[in-house]
Design a protein around this ligand. Sequence first.
Ligand code: ARG
Length: 470
Amino acid sequence: MTDKDNSSAKLWGGRFSEATDAFVERFTASVQFDQRMANHDIDGSIAHAKMLARVGVLSEDESQQIIAGLEAIREEIKAGRFEWSVALEDVHMNIEAALTARIGAVGKKLHTGRSRNDQVATDIRLYVRGEIDQIAGLLNSLQAALIDLAEREADTIMPGFTHLQTAQPTTFGHHMLAWNEMLERDYGRLMDCRKRVNLSPLGAAALAGTSFPIDRNYTAELLGFDAPTENSLDSVSDRDFAIELAAFASLVMTHLSRFSEELVLWTSAQFEFIELPDRFCTGSSIMPQKKNPDVPELVRGKTGRVHGHLMSLLTLMKSQPLAYNKDNQEDKEPLFDLLDTIKDCLFAYSEMMPAIQCRAENMRSATLKGYATATDLADYLVNKGLPFRDAHEVVGKAVASAIGAGVDLSELSLQQLQEFSEVIEQDVFEVLSLEGSLQARDHLGGTAPAQVRAAAARARQRLEQRQQAN
Ligand code: ARG
Protein backbone atom coordinates (compact mmCIF):
# COMPACT_ATOMS: atom_id res chain seq x y z
CA MET A 1 0.00 0.00 0.00
CA THR A 2 1.36 3.41 -0.91
CA ASP A 3 0.45 6.99 -0.13
CA LYS A 4 3.18 8.45 -2.30
CA ASP A 5 0.77 10.13 -4.67
CA ASN A 6 -0.65 12.59 -2.15
CA SER A 7 -1.24 15.33 -4.68
CA SER A 8 -4.11 17.06 -6.36
CA ALA A 9 -4.40 14.06 -8.70
CA LYS A 10 -7.67 12.97 -7.09
CA LEU A 11 -10.43 11.68 -9.32
CA TRP A 12 -12.60 14.36 -7.70
CA GLY A 13 -9.82 16.98 -7.47
CA GLY A 14 -11.23 19.56 -9.90
CA ARG A 15 -12.76 21.98 -7.41
CA PHE A 16 -9.96 21.74 -4.82
CA SER A 17 -7.14 24.22 -4.49
CA GLU A 18 -4.87 22.36 -2.08
CA ALA A 19 -3.86 18.76 -1.59
CA THR A 20 -5.66 16.69 1.01
CA ASP A 21 -4.10 16.76 4.46
CA ALA A 22 -2.03 13.60 4.89
CA PHE A 23 -3.86 12.61 8.05
CA VAL A 24 -7.28 13.26 6.51
CA GLU A 25 -6.29 11.17 3.54
CA ARG A 26 -5.58 8.22 5.78
CA PHE A 27 -8.57 8.94 8.02
CA THR A 28 -11.06 9.02 5.16
CA ALA A 29 -9.63 6.12 3.17
CA SER A 30 -11.23 2.69 3.14
CA VAL A 31 -9.00 0.88 0.68
CA GLN A 32 -7.17 -0.82 3.54
CA PHE A 33 -10.31 -2.89 4.16
CA ASP A 34 -12.61 -2.53 1.16
CA GLN A 35 -10.06 -3.99 -1.28
CA ARG A 36 -11.54 -7.35 -0.43
CA MET A 37 -14.52 -6.33 -2.57
CA ALA A 38 -12.32 -5.88 -5.65
CA ASN A 39 -13.84 -8.77 -7.57
CA HIS A 40 -17.35 -7.59 -6.87
CA ASP A 41 -16.41 -4.06 -7.85
CA ILE A 42 -15.07 -5.34 -11.16
CA ASP A 43 -18.19 -7.46 -11.74
CA GLY A 44 -20.37 -4.41 -11.09
CA SER A 45 -18.28 -2.25 -13.41
CA ILE A 46 -18.37 -4.82 -16.20
CA ALA A 47 -22.15 -5.06 -15.95
CA HIS A 48 -22.37 -1.26 -16.01
CA ALA A 49 -20.09 -1.04 -19.07
CA LYS A 50 -22.10 -3.67 -20.93
CA MET A 51 -25.28 -1.83 -20.14
CA LEU A 52 -23.86 1.52 -21.27
CA ALA A 53 -22.98 -0.03 -24.63
CA ARG A 54 -26.40 -1.63 -24.96
CA VAL A 55 -28.19 1.69 -24.44
CA GLY A 56 -25.75 3.49 -26.73
CA VAL A 57 -23.94 5.67 -24.19
CA LEU A 58 -20.68 3.87 -24.94
CA SER A 59 -19.70 2.35 -28.25
CA GLU A 60 -19.34 -1.41 -28.36
CA ASP A 61 -15.60 -0.97 -28.82
CA GLU A 62 -15.26 1.35 -25.82
CA SER A 63 -17.18 -1.08 -23.68
CA GLN A 64 -14.98 -3.97 -24.83
CA GLN A 65 -11.80 -2.03 -24.04
CA ILE A 66 -13.10 -1.24 -20.57
CA ILE A 67 -14.08 -4.83 -19.90
CA ALA A 68 -10.73 -6.19 -21.11
CA GLY A 69 -8.93 -3.62 -18.95
CA LEU A 70 -10.97 -4.57 -15.90
CA GLU A 71 -10.30 -8.26 -16.46
CA ALA A 72 -6.58 -7.58 -16.70
CA ILE A 73 -6.75 -5.64 -13.43
CA ARG A 74 -8.63 -8.53 -11.85
CA GLU A 75 -5.76 -10.83 -12.78
CA GLU A 76 -3.21 -8.39 -11.43
CA ILE A 77 -5.04 -8.19 -8.10
CA LYS A 78 -5.38 -11.96 -7.95
CA ALA A 79 -1.67 -12.37 -8.54
CA GLY A 80 -0.91 -9.86 -5.76
CA ARG A 81 0.74 -7.49 -8.22
CA PHE A 82 -1.72 -4.63 -7.89
CA GLU A 83 -0.46 -1.62 -6.01
CA TRP A 84 -3.18 -0.22 -3.75
CA SER A 85 -2.95 3.46 -2.95
CA VAL A 86 -4.35 5.19 0.11
CA ALA A 87 -4.34 8.45 -1.82
CA LEU A 88 -6.90 6.89 -4.13
CA GLU A 89 -9.12 6.37 -1.10
CA ASP A 90 -11.08 3.24 -1.82
CA VAL A 91 -11.32 0.11 -3.91
CA HIS A 92 -13.52 1.86 -6.46
CA MET A 93 -11.15 4.71 -7.26
CA ASN A 94 -8.08 2.50 -7.12
CA ILE A 95 -9.51 0.27 -9.81
CA GLU A 96 -10.87 3.13 -11.88
CA ALA A 97 -7.52 4.93 -11.83
CA ALA A 98 -5.71 1.72 -12.76
CA LEU A 99 -8.14 1.24 -15.63
CA THR A 100 -7.44 4.67 -17.06
CA ALA A 101 -3.70 4.18 -16.58
CA ARG A 102 -3.99 0.93 -18.49
CA ILE A 103 -6.37 1.74 -21.36
CA GLY A 104 -6.18 5.52 -21.56
CA ALA A 105 -8.93 8.10 -21.80
CA VAL A 106 -11.71 5.64 -22.55
CA GLY A 107 -11.32 4.36 -18.99
CA LYS A 108 -12.64 7.70 -17.79
CA LYS A 109 -15.97 6.96 -19.47
CA LEU A 110 -16.79 4.02 -17.21
CA HIS A 111 -18.15 6.23 -14.45
CA THR A 112 -20.84 7.70 -16.73
CA GLY A 113 -24.28 7.45 -15.17
CA ARG A 114 -23.12 6.03 -11.88
CA SER A 115 -21.63 7.15 -8.59
CA ARG A 116 -19.52 5.49 -5.96
CA ASN A 117 -22.67 5.55 -3.88
CA ASP A 118 -24.58 3.06 -5.98
CA GLN A 119 -21.30 1.34 -6.81
CA VAL A 120 -20.45 0.60 -3.18
CA ALA A 121 -24.02 -0.41 -2.38
CA THR A 122 -23.84 -2.88 -5.29
CA ASP A 123 -20.45 -4.21 -4.23
CA ILE A 124 -21.54 -4.86 -0.66
CA ARG A 125 -24.67 -6.65 -1.76
CA LEU A 126 -22.68 -8.84 -4.14
CA TYR A 127 -20.09 -9.54 -1.47
CA VAL A 128 -22.71 -10.32 1.15
CA ARG A 129 -24.62 -12.59 -1.23
CA GLY A 130 -21.49 -14.67 -1.82
CA GLU A 131 -20.88 -14.88 1.91
CA ILE A 132 -24.48 -15.89 2.56
CA ASP A 133 -24.11 -18.79 0.15
CA GLN A 134 -20.90 -19.93 1.82
CA ILE A 135 -22.41 -19.61 5.26
CA ALA A 136 -25.46 -21.57 4.18
CA GLY A 137 -23.14 -24.41 3.12
CA LEU A 138 -21.27 -24.32 6.42
CA LEU A 139 -24.49 -24.23 8.43
CA ASN A 140 -25.76 -27.23 6.53
CA SER A 141 -22.51 -29.14 7.09
CA LEU A 142 -22.79 -28.56 10.80
CA GLN A 143 -26.42 -29.64 10.70
CA ALA A 144 -25.47 -32.81 8.84
CA ALA A 145 -22.85 -33.55 11.52
CA LEU A 146 -25.40 -33.05 14.29
CA ILE A 147 -27.92 -35.29 12.57
CA ASP A 148 -25.29 -38.03 12.15
CA LEU A 149 -24.42 -37.73 15.81
CA ALA A 150 -28.09 -37.87 16.75
CA GLU A 151 -28.52 -41.12 14.86
CA ARG A 152 -25.34 -42.58 16.32
CA GLU A 153 -26.34 -41.67 19.87
CA ALA A 154 -30.13 -42.10 19.76
CA ASP A 155 -29.93 -44.67 22.58
CA THR A 156 -27.25 -42.96 24.65
CA ILE A 157 -28.99 -41.96 27.84
CA MET A 158 -28.06 -38.70 29.49
CA PRO A 159 -29.72 -36.49 32.06
CA GLY A 160 -31.93 -33.75 30.70
CA PHE A 161 -31.63 -30.56 32.72
CA THR A 162 -33.73 -27.61 33.68
CA HIS A 163 -32.02 -24.99 35.86
CA LEU A 164 -28.97 -27.22 35.25
CA GLN A 165 -30.52 -29.62 37.76
CA THR A 166 -31.30 -33.17 36.69
CA ALA A 167 -34.85 -33.11 35.35
CA GLN A 168 -35.76 -36.13 33.22
CA PRO A 169 -33.84 -38.69 31.20
CA THR A 170 -33.09 -37.84 27.62
CA THR A 171 -30.56 -39.05 25.07
CA PHE A 172 -27.48 -37.47 23.60
CA GLY A 173 -29.11 -37.93 20.20
CA HIS A 174 -32.20 -36.02 21.24
CA HIS A 175 -29.99 -33.26 22.62
CA MET A 176 -28.12 -32.97 19.30
CA LEU A 177 -31.40 -32.59 17.45
CA ALA A 178 -32.32 -29.69 19.73
CA TRP A 179 -29.18 -27.93 18.56
CA ASN A 180 -30.03 -28.80 14.97
CA GLU A 181 -33.44 -27.15 15.27
CA MET A 182 -31.81 -23.90 16.39
CA LEU A 183 -29.59 -23.96 13.32
CA GLU A 184 -32.53 -24.85 11.10
CA ARG A 185 -34.29 -21.65 12.16
CA ASP A 186 -31.04 -19.74 11.63
CA TYR A 187 -30.89 -21.14 8.12
CA GLY A 188 -34.44 -19.93 7.49
CA ARG A 189 -33.50 -16.46 8.70
CA LEU A 190 -30.45 -16.45 6.43
CA MET A 191 -32.47 -17.38 3.36
CA ASP A 192 -35.04 -14.74 4.21
CA CYS A 193 -32.31 -12.14 4.52
CA ARG A 194 -30.88 -13.23 1.15
CA LYS A 195 -34.08 -12.18 -0.62
CA ARG A 196 -33.64 -8.61 0.54
CA VAL A 197 -29.90 -8.61 -0.13
CA ASN A 198 -30.27 -9.80 -3.68
CA LEU A 199 -31.62 -6.59 -5.24
CA SER A 200 -29.63 -4.26 -7.45
CA PRO A 201 -29.08 -0.66 -6.36
CA LEU A 202 -27.04 0.04 -9.49
CA GLY A 203 -28.46 2.99 -11.37
CA ALA A 204 -29.45 4.94 -8.28
CA ALA A 205 -26.21 6.84 -8.97
CA ALA A 206 -25.36 9.42 -6.29
CA LEU A 207 -28.89 9.58 -4.91
CA ALA A 208 -31.36 10.72 -7.56
CA GLY A 209 -30.71 8.44 -10.50
CA THR A 210 -29.14 9.66 -13.72
CA SER A 211 -30.07 11.54 -16.87
CA PHE A 212 -28.59 8.79 -19.06
CA PRO A 213 -30.97 6.23 -20.55
CA ILE A 214 -29.77 3.38 -18.33
CA ASP A 215 -31.32 -0.08 -18.18
CA ARG A 216 -31.42 -1.12 -14.55
CA ASN A 217 -33.14 -4.41 -15.27
CA TYR A 218 -30.29 -5.41 -17.55
CA THR A 219 -27.53 -4.73 -14.99
CA ALA A 220 -29.58 -6.45 -12.31
CA GLU A 221 -29.90 -9.50 -14.53
CA LEU A 222 -26.21 -9.52 -15.49
CA LEU A 223 -25.25 -9.48 -11.82
CA GLY A 224 -27.65 -12.25 -10.85
CA PHE A 225 -29.88 -9.98 -8.78
CA ASP A 226 -33.56 -10.85 -8.54
CA ALA A 227 -34.60 -7.30 -9.48
CA PRO A 228 -33.51 -3.68 -9.20
CA THR A 229 -34.31 -1.78 -5.99
CA GLU A 230 -37.24 0.64 -6.21
CA ASN A 231 -36.11 4.00 -4.85
CA SER A 232 -32.84 5.73 -5.65
CA LEU A 233 -32.51 7.55 -2.31
CA ASP A 234 -33.12 4.39 -0.33
CA SER A 235 -30.87 2.31 -2.59
CA VAL A 236 -27.69 4.23 -1.84
CA SER A 237 -28.30 4.86 1.82
CA ASP A 238 -29.76 1.99 3.76
CA ARG A 239 -27.66 -0.84 5.08
CA ASP A 240 -30.54 -2.63 6.77
CA PHE A 241 -29.69 -5.81 4.85
CA ALA A 242 -26.30 -5.82 6.55
CA ILE A 243 -27.94 -5.25 9.93
CA GLU A 244 -30.28 -8.14 9.26
CA LEU A 245 -27.36 -10.36 8.42
CA ALA A 246 -25.61 -9.24 11.60
CA ALA A 247 -28.75 -10.12 13.55
CA PHE A 248 -28.78 -13.53 11.92
CA ALA A 249 -25.09 -13.98 12.75
CA SER A 250 -25.70 -12.84 16.32
CA LEU A 251 -28.34 -15.51 16.77
CA VAL A 252 -26.11 -18.18 15.26
CA MET A 253 -23.39 -17.15 17.69
CA THR A 254 -25.85 -17.14 20.57
CA HIS A 255 -26.72 -20.69 19.64
CA LEU A 256 -23.10 -21.75 19.20
CA SER A 257 -22.28 -20.16 22.55
CA ARG A 258 -24.95 -22.31 24.17
CA PHE A 259 -23.48 -25.43 22.53
CA SER A 260 -20.05 -24.27 23.64
CA GLU A 261 -21.07 -23.83 27.22
CA GLU A 262 -22.44 -27.36 27.30
CA LEU A 263 -19.37 -28.84 25.61
CA VAL A 264 -17.13 -27.11 28.13
CA LEU A 265 -19.19 -28.41 31.02
CA TRP A 266 -19.42 -31.93 29.61
CA THR A 267 -15.67 -32.25 29.16
CA SER A 268 -14.96 -31.22 32.74
CA ALA A 269 -13.95 -33.75 35.39
CA GLN A 270 -17.18 -32.90 37.18
CA PHE A 271 -19.30 -34.18 34.25
CA GLU A 272 -17.06 -36.37 32.07
CA PHE A 273 -19.88 -36.86 29.55
CA ILE A 274 -17.82 -36.51 26.41
CA GLU A 275 -14.30 -36.51 25.06
CA LEU A 276 -13.23 -33.92 22.51
CA PRO A 277 -10.58 -34.93 19.99
CA ASP A 278 -7.06 -33.94 21.08
CA ARG A 279 -6.55 -32.04 17.85
CA PHE A 280 -9.27 -29.61 18.92
CA CYS A 281 -7.86 -28.99 22.39
CA THR A 282 -4.75 -27.43 23.87
CA GLY A 283 -2.70 -27.97 26.99
CA SER A 284 -1.51 -25.80 29.83
CA SER A 285 2.04 -24.50 30.09
CA ILE A 286 2.11 -25.17 33.83
CA MET A 287 -0.43 -27.91 34.63
CA PRO A 288 0.63 -31.06 32.79
CA GLN A 289 -2.73 -32.81 33.24
CA LYS A 290 -4.77 -30.15 31.46
CA LYS A 291 -6.67 -30.68 28.21
CA ASN A 292 -8.55 -27.48 27.62
CA PRO A 293 -11.61 -27.12 25.38
CA ASP A 294 -10.22 -23.98 23.74
CA VAL A 295 -12.27 -24.20 20.57
CA PRO A 296 -15.66 -24.13 22.31
CA GLU A 297 -14.39 -21.48 24.70
CA LEU A 298 -13.24 -19.29 21.84
CA VAL A 299 -16.48 -19.76 19.95
CA ARG A 300 -18.30 -18.72 23.11
CA GLY A 301 -15.98 -15.74 23.45
CA LYS A 302 -16.27 -14.67 19.82
CA THR A 303 -20.01 -14.34 20.31
CA GLY A 304 -19.16 -11.06 22.02
CA ARG A 305 -17.60 -9.45 18.99
CA VAL A 306 -20.40 -10.53 16.68
CA HIS A 307 -23.04 -9.11 19.02
CA GLY A 308 -20.90 -5.99 19.24
CA HIS A 309 -20.85 -5.65 15.45
CA LEU A 310 -24.65 -5.84 15.36
CA MET A 311 -24.74 -2.93 17.81
CA SER A 312 -22.16 -1.04 15.72
CA LEU A 313 -24.21 -1.39 12.56
CA LEU A 314 -27.48 -0.47 14.22
CA THR A 315 -25.92 2.59 15.79
CA LEU A 316 -24.16 3.50 12.56
CA MET A 317 -27.45 3.60 10.68
CA LYS A 318 -29.45 5.31 13.41
CA SER A 319 -30.46 8.93 12.69
CA GLN A 320 -28.71 9.13 9.33
CA PRO A 321 -30.58 11.54 7.10
CA LEU A 322 -31.19 10.52 3.49
CA ALA A 323 -29.36 9.72 1.39
CA TYR A 324 -25.71 8.50 1.42
CA ASN A 325 -23.44 9.69 4.23
CA LYS A 326 -19.79 8.86 4.70
CA ASP A 327 -20.81 7.22 7.96
CA ASN A 328 -21.72 4.23 5.84
CA GLN A 329 -18.09 3.55 5.07
CA GLU A 330 -17.95 2.30 8.66
CA ASP A 331 -20.23 -0.60 7.80
CA LYS A 332 -17.48 -2.70 6.28
CA GLU A 333 -15.14 -3.61 9.08
CA PRO A 334 -17.86 -4.88 11.43
CA LEU A 335 -19.59 -6.66 8.57
CA PHE A 336 -16.44 -8.35 7.29
CA ASP A 337 -15.30 -9.33 10.74
CA LEU A 338 -18.60 -10.84 11.71
CA LEU A 339 -18.75 -12.82 8.48
CA ASP A 340 -15.18 -14.10 8.92
CA THR A 341 -15.91 -14.98 12.53
CA ILE A 342 -19.10 -16.88 11.94
CA LYS A 343 -17.57 -18.82 9.04
CA ASP A 344 -14.63 -19.91 11.20
CA CYS A 345 -16.89 -20.91 14.07
CA LEU A 346 -19.26 -22.91 11.88
CA PHE A 347 -16.32 -24.59 10.20
CA ALA A 348 -14.67 -25.49 13.50
CA TYR A 349 -17.86 -27.01 14.82
CA SER A 350 -18.71 -28.98 11.73
CA GLU A 351 -15.20 -30.49 11.81
CA MET A 352 -15.22 -31.17 15.54
CA MET A 353 -18.70 -32.65 15.98
CA PRO A 354 -18.17 -36.00 14.25
CA ALA A 355 -15.12 -36.63 16.44
CA ILE A 356 -16.93 -36.20 19.76
CA GLN A 357 -16.85 -39.38 21.83
CA CYS A 358 -19.65 -40.04 24.28
CA ARG A 359 -18.84 -41.52 27.68
CA ALA A 360 -22.12 -43.35 27.88
CA GLU A 361 -21.48 -45.02 31.24
CA ASN A 362 -20.85 -41.68 32.93
CA MET A 363 -23.93 -40.12 31.41
CA ARG A 364 -25.99 -43.06 32.49
CA SER A 365 -24.80 -42.97 36.09
CA ALA A 366 -25.34 -39.19 36.17
CA THR A 367 -28.91 -39.78 35.03
CA LEU A 368 -29.40 -42.21 37.89
CA LYS A 369 -28.32 -39.60 40.41
CA GLY A 370 -30.94 -36.89 40.31
CA TYR A 371 -34.31 -38.71 40.57
CA ALA A 372 -34.85 -38.19 36.87
CA THR A 373 -37.75 -40.65 36.78
CA ALA A 374 -39.81 -38.94 39.51
CA THR A 375 -42.20 -37.53 36.90
CA ASP A 376 -42.63 -41.04 35.51
CA LEU A 377 -43.72 -42.26 38.93
CA ALA A 378 -46.23 -39.42 39.18
CA ASP A 379 -47.57 -40.26 35.69
CA TYR A 380 -47.81 -43.92 36.77
CA LEU A 381 -49.94 -42.94 39.76
CA VAL A 382 -52.18 -40.83 37.51
CA ASN A 383 -52.67 -43.87 35.29
CA LYS A 384 -53.73 -45.76 38.41
CA GLY A 385 -56.41 -43.15 39.12
CA LEU A 386 -54.76 -40.47 41.32
CA PRO A 387 -55.25 -36.80 40.40
CA PHE A 388 -51.90 -35.37 39.18
CA ARG A 389 -51.47 -32.94 42.11
CA ASP A 390 -51.92 -35.78 44.62
CA ALA A 391 -49.52 -37.93 42.65
CA HIS A 392 -46.99 -35.08 42.69
CA GLU A 393 -47.27 -34.89 46.47
CA VAL A 394 -46.86 -38.66 46.92
CA VAL A 395 -43.76 -38.74 44.71
CA GLY A 396 -42.29 -35.73 46.50
CA LYS A 397 -42.47 -37.67 49.74
CA ALA A 398 -40.98 -40.80 48.14
CA VAL A 399 -38.10 -38.71 46.74
CA ALA A 400 -37.46 -37.13 50.15
CA SER A 401 -37.31 -40.58 51.69
CA ALA A 402 -34.98 -41.89 48.95
CA ILE A 403 -32.70 -38.86 49.43
CA GLY A 404 -32.61 -39.70 53.16
CA ALA A 405 -31.64 -43.28 52.36
CA GLY A 406 -29.17 -42.19 49.69
CA VAL A 407 -30.75 -44.34 46.98
CA ASP A 408 -32.56 -43.89 43.67
CA LEU A 409 -36.35 -44.34 43.50
CA SER A 410 -35.81 -47.58 41.59
CA GLU A 411 -33.73 -48.89 44.48
CA LEU A 412 -36.62 -48.63 46.95
CA SER A 413 -38.40 -51.96 47.49
CA LEU A 414 -41.99 -52.47 46.40
CA GLN A 415 -42.97 -52.51 50.09
CA GLN A 416 -41.23 -49.21 50.74
CA LEU A 417 -42.89 -47.64 47.68
CA GLN A 418 -46.30 -48.93 48.75
CA GLU A 419 -45.96 -46.98 52.02
CA PHE A 420 -46.47 -43.85 49.90
CA SER A 421 -49.41 -45.20 47.90
CA GLU A 422 -51.15 -48.56 47.93
CA VAL A 423 -51.89 -48.39 44.19
CA ILE A 424 -48.21 -49.04 43.45
CA GLU A 425 -47.55 -52.55 42.09
CA GLN A 426 -44.65 -54.58 40.72
CA ASP A 427 -45.01 -52.96 37.25
CA VAL A 428 -43.72 -49.68 38.74
CA PHE A 429 -40.11 -50.78 38.28
CA GLU A 430 -40.35 -50.68 34.53
CA VAL A 431 -41.63 -47.12 34.80
CA LEU A 432 -38.77 -46.17 37.10
CA SER A 433 -36.10 -47.41 34.71
CA LEU A 434 -34.30 -44.94 32.50
CA GLU A 435 -35.17 -46.89 29.36
CA GLY A 436 -38.81 -47.05 30.43
CA SER A 437 -38.88 -43.30 30.94
CA LEU A 438 -37.45 -42.66 27.48
CA GLN A 439 -39.73 -45.17 25.77
CA ALA A 440 -42.78 -43.69 27.46
CA ARG A 441 -42.26 -40.40 25.63
CA ASP A 442 -43.19 -41.94 22.35
CA HIS A 443 -44.61 -39.06 20.40
CA LEU A 444 -43.46 -36.45 17.90
CA GLY A 445 -40.58 -34.51 19.45
CA GLY A 446 -40.23 -36.98 22.35
CA THR A 447 -37.22 -38.85 23.71
CA ALA A 448 -38.11 -42.44 22.68
CA PRO A 449 -35.14 -43.61 20.60
CA ALA A 450 -37.44 -44.55 17.71
CA GLN A 451 -38.83 -41.01 17.74
CA VAL A 452 -35.31 -39.56 17.82
CA ARG A 453 -34.34 -41.71 14.84
CA ALA A 454 -37.47 -40.66 12.96
CA ALA A 455 -36.78 -37.01 13.77
CA ALA A 456 -33.19 -37.39 12.57
CA ALA A 457 -34.44 -38.96 9.34
CA ARG A 458 -36.83 -36.07 8.76
CA ALA A 459 -34.09 -33.56 9.46
CA ARG A 460 -31.77 -35.31 7.04
CA GLN A 461 -34.43 -35.37 4.36
CA ARG A 462 -35.03 -31.63 4.82
CA LEU A 463 -31.31 -31.05 4.37
CA GLU A 464 -30.97 -33.31 1.33
CA GLN A 465 -33.96 -31.77 -0.41
CA ARG A 466 -32.44 -28.37 0.05
CA GLN A 467 -29.06 -29.52 -1.28
CA GLN A 468 -30.73 -31.01 -4.35
CA ALA A 469 -32.63 -27.78 -4.95
CA ASN A 470 -29.37 -25.80 -4.96
N1 ARG B 1 -15.62 4.22 0.33
C1 ARG B 1 -16.98 4.70 0.32
C2 ARG B 1 -17.86 3.82 1.23
O1 ARG B 1 -17.41 2.81 1.62
C3 ARG B 1 -17.51 4.66 -1.05
C4 ARG B 1 -18.57 5.64 -1.33
C5 ARG B 1 -18.04 7.02 -1.24
N2 ARG B 1 -18.98 7.97 -1.68
C6 ARG B 1 -18.82 9.28 -1.45
N3 ARG B 1 -19.72 10.06 -1.91
N4 ARG B 1 -17.80 9.74 -0.76
O2 ARG B 1 -18.95 4.15 1.56
